[in-house]
Unconditional design. Structure first.
Length: 74
């Protein structure tokens, strides 16, 4: 059951909702179903480039703690 972020188009309330099956979320402030899904932080991180997501090690490849060449990647 994923958690989604929404903003209500009626009252601008932002909230998160645990969605179960085909249930339709409603705004907790005004009970409206006129909602817009927001791009969550998790979704942004998944879409990030590989180089931005992984820390670089001293050799510029995998970041093995024993230093350059320790991981046998080159």
């Amino acid at each position: 059951m994923p958690i989604f972020e929404f903003v209500c188009k009626e009252c601008d309330q932002e909230f998160e909702e645990l969605i179960q099956g085909a249930s339709q979320p409603r705004c907790p402030a005004c009970d409206s179903e006129d909602l817009e899904k927001k791009l969550s932080g998790f979704a942004v991180a998944v879409g990030a480039s590989k180089s931005a997501a992984l820390p670089m090690g001293p050799c510029g490849s995998c970041g093995h703690p024993d230093g350059p060449g320790a991981c046998k990647m080159g």
